[in-house]
Design a protein around this ligand. Structure first.
Ligand SMILES: C[S@@+](CC[C@H](N)C(=O)[O-])C[C@H]1O[C@@H](n2cnc3c(N)ncnc32)[C@H](O)[C@@H]1O
Length: 103
């Protein structure tokens, strides 16, 4: 499969797409957003998802050992950010593999 990226849109300004999607994915984005930006992102996400739309998210979690790496997102933070108008199907551990991981 080949994916061609034409342009990168600011995740905090998705609503200007003015269209709806059934599915959206986020890999490694949510934990990079500040406390102030996370609700802005979630509102923008809601604006581009159809009523039964789904968002699949992968982010660094509190289960990640302390030390190297970005901030950890707690389960509570996810629940708090996706509270109004959202239904969370599951939050479960996953491994975020990349080429820089040493173990
Ligand atoms: C940890 S990297 C993850 C990269 C890739 N998605 C992956 O899974 O390997 C976080 C990415 O989020 C992007 N990012 C951060 N804030 C953003 C924003 N407001 N809009 C769009 N992308 C953003 C960064 O440029 C960076 O590429």
């Amino acid at each position: 499969m080949q994916i061609k990226v034409e342009s990168v849109l600011n995740a905090l300004d998705l609503s200007r797409l003015n269209r709806k999607f059934d599915t959206a994915t986020g890999s490694g984005l949510f934990h990079t957003l500040s406390d102030e930006d996370r609700p802005v992102f979630v509102d923008n996400l809601a604006a581009i998802l159809s009523p039964a739309g789904k968002y699949f998210m992968l982010c660094f979690s509190e289960l990640e050992p302390a030390g190297y790496g970005p901030r950890r997102i707690t389960k509570r933070e996810i629940q708090d950010n996706f509270r109004e108008g959202w239904s969370i199907n599951y939050i479960r551990p996953a491994i975020f593999e990349n080429r820089t991981r040493t173990e």
